[in-house]
Design a protein around this ligand. Structure first.
Ligand SMILES: [Zn+2]
Length: 149
């Protein structure tokens, strides 16, 4: 009997070599402690799977991160390869941008993308818009000229 693997079951993908794993295959990979300094990883931060290429899932994932300053403060823009398909059975969404504001709160705006090219473009667009937010804020803050209709 041939065991068929349906598409949505392939949920994990290495962000270095792009090898895909079902959850069963992912859980069968060799594991390393998430925090090598912990004497009991099971009680601490647990273990991370290691891809056949040597990359440690989560810890070594692809990421594009930077601070963007504007009149409101300093924002942290982080775009990462989630390594877990967040599109589920509706498609493939491997990347996500998160924005942390000066107050330490994360924005509800968390665009997701299928490809790294889309993720890089989305990341740069978010940074560009955040910089413009400063300019818009300054222009809005300019006082109106009194007496002009
Ligand atoms: Zn790999």
């Amino acid at each position: 009997m041939v065991e068929e693997k349906i598409g949505w079951d392939v949920r994990w993908r290495c962000s270095w070599c792009y090898t895909r794993y079902t959850t069963d295959q992912y859980l069968a990979l060799p594991m390393v402690p998430a925090d090598p300094t912990e004497s009991d990883p099971q009680a601490g931060h647990g273990y991370l799977a290691v891809c056949h290429c040597g990359k440690v899932f989560h810890r070594d994932k692809w990421r594009l991160q930077e601070f963007v300053g504007n009149a409101l403060g300093r924002f942290w823009v982080s775009t990462v390869d989630l390594e877990l398909n967040h599109g589920f059975n509706a498609g493939e969404l491997w990347y996500e941008t998160m924005i942390e504001g000066p107050d330490g709160q994360f924005s509800d705006y968390q665009p997701r993308y299928e490809t790294r090219e889309q993720a890089e473009a989305g990341h740069h667009r978010v940074c560009h818009d955040l910089k413009r937010l400063r300019e818009d804020g300054l222009s809005v803050a300019e006082p109106e000229t009194p007496g002009v209709q």
